[in-house]
Write a new protein. Structure first.
Length: 156
């Protein structure tokens, strides 16, 4: 299963970019043997500042065709790392070819796009800068692959 991240905004060179690149590389290496690989990091920008609706249109176009959509959303369900890993494995085992993880802009994800998502995941009740959410999501993808590969998990 190919896992892509579709997000609003461009991540410039710097520590966040380095972390995202490192974690996604680790995820791809670890996940390949498990039938999980990294597809793409697709960044979109609403250059005209038309708001969440315009961002949703750009994100919809960025999502790979026939992909299952999971939204990163503060209103979503908080899951543990093992639960996240199990959800990825279940989707893979169902024969899903593509998973698109959506990260909205500063104002979140438009309700119409949120409705297209089959799963809504929250990294807690706090609001996080969307650039940091990329880092956290990338790390959780790598952690999920590590858990599924049988690597020791410090919370088990």
């Amino acid at each position: 299963m190919r896992v892509s991240i579709c997000c609003v905004g461009r991540l410039r060179q710097g520590p966040e970019h380095e972390l995202v690149t490192d974690y996604l590389t680790r995820f791809d290496r670890t996940g390949r043997a498990l039938g999980l690989n990294f597809g793409d990091l697709i960044e979109v920008e609403d250059k005209k500042n038309l708001g969440m609706g315009a961002e949703a249109d750009l994100l919809r176009r960025a999502v790979p065709k026939s992909a299952t959509i999971w939204a990163l959303d503060e209103r979503g369900t908080a899951v543990t790392s093992p639960e996240f890993a199990e959800a990825l494995a279940a989707l893979r085992d169902q024969g899903t070819g593509d998973l698109a993880l959506i990260i909205g802009g500063a104002d979140g994800i438009d309700p119409s796009l949120r409705a297209d998502a089959v799963k809504h995941i929250s990294f807690g009740r706090m609001v996080w800068p969307h650039m940091l959410v990329r880092v956290m999501l990338s790390e959780q993808l790598y952690r999920a692959a590590s858990i599924l590969a049988g690597a020791p998990y410090h919370r088990s």
